[in-house]
Ligand binder design. Structure first.
Ligand code: SAM
Length: 333
């Protein structure tokens, strides 16, 4: 353990050097960064979590997770707008880029009619895509999140521009009963929300039922193989949360509390297996992002460091060790 910790500390120190312009040339910086990551990965063994407060009995467990999720969303909803941490910013940017790509693909096959944002929180994606789709429905289990989203919809000049966006309090474990068959052009379930749902197969079948032929989906899961979840790191990370792969639980630290949420992380192979069982959904990509950014403390990530490490993370997409698995695809026609 000590050797591993020393190795990580060395990695952190060197990454700081890498990013503070001691190496002037961008290509050199990237090469150096990639070598450091390769070094780090070769030295790591997965970490196991021991603490376990989660009830064993199925219904108790479900109620426990639901209460915790509602308590977290209640506490966090009013802070959601504030500047997010470095890793979250890079994930937002990465997802936006992929969403834009899916929309471009969609344009050639299927109209941009109805979009569903599953786990919409404060409606961030619904608002940013308001000009693209004729109708948008944002769904979230959290009344507080939907309250924040709805109040933003009616704020100032938003009111007329956002008329075609509806927000709905709904538990996705109950499927999408308010959506007609083959009526949806695009479904987004981003930022790991795919992992929040216990009955993953059911929700995928529901997404398939809802999508029009050639309609697109973008679903994000937590990556069970992420370095971020498997390293015994001792400093505050730029992405908060610890996953317990065995108990399907994510511990989220917010202010002075720890919230325990249901979270089923997946490996790339498990995602492939899962989608094979829903044959009407075809995969077009599984990408994993970000890898290194999540391992570093926010304090280290000034603008230049963020640019460099984001570049490194883009080059590490193939390694599939990033915090999230971003899965894109379409409904077979
Ligand atoms: C990681 S956040 C994603 C937020 C948002 N899509 C964004 O990009 O900022 C996950 C959201 O999914 C919601 N959620 C989790 N489980 C849910 C469920 N079973 N039904 C509906 N919403 C759920 C949570 O309340 C939370 O707002």
């Amino acid at each position: 353990m000590k050797a591993q910790r020393d190795q990580i500390n060395r990695f952190l120190r060197k990454t700081a050097e890498t990013s503070n312009a001691l190496i002037e040339n961008q290509d050199e910086r990237l090469k150096f960064g990639l070598e450091l990551v390769a070094d780090l990965i070769s030295s790591v063994t997965p970490q196991k979590k021991s603490e376990n407060l989660i009830p064993r009995e199925k219904d108790e467990r479900r109620n426990f997770f639901r209460e915790q999720l509602l308590a977290l969303t209640e506490a966090i909803a009013d802070h959601y707008e504030q500047v997010p941490n470095a890793s979250t910013i890079t994930i937002y940017n990465f997802e936006q880029n992929r969403i834009a790509h899916e929309i471009n693909t969609l344009n050639s096959f299927c109209e941009t009619g109805l979009m569903l944002d599953l786990g919409c929180a404060n409606g961030r994606n619904c608002f940013s895509l308001s000009k693209v789709f004729q109708k948008i429905i944002g769904v979230d289990i959290s009344p507080k999140m939907i309250q924040v989203a709805t109040s933003q919809k009616w704020r100032g000049s938003n009111a007329t521009l956002m008329k075609h966006i509806d927000f709905k309090i709904h538990d996705l474990e109950k499927g999408l009963p308010f959506i007609e068959n083959e009526s949806v052009s695009m479904v987004i379930m981003n930022l790991g929300t795919g992992s929040d749902i216990e009955d993953t197969r059911m929700i995928l079948h529901e997404i398939s039922r809802a999508l029009k032929p050639n309609g697109r989906f973008l679903i994000s899961f937590y990556n069970a193989s992420a370095l971020f979840f498997n390293l015994p790191i001792i400093w505050p990370l730029s992405l908060e949360g610890e996953i317990n792969n065995e108990d399907h639980c994510l511990d989220v630290h917010f202010q002075d509390r720890v919230f325990h949420l249901h979270a089923h992380s997946f490996t790339v192979r498990q995602v492939n297996d899962l989608f094979q069982k829903v044959s009407t959904l075809a995969l077009s990509g599984i990408e994993s992002f970000p890898t290194v950014m999540t391992l570093l403390p926010d304090a280290l990530l000034d603008k230049q460091a963020m640019e460099t490490i984001t570049e490194i993370d883009k080059r590490l997409l193939d390694m599939k060790r990033g915090a999230y698995l971003l899965v894109t695809g379409y409904k077979n026609s």
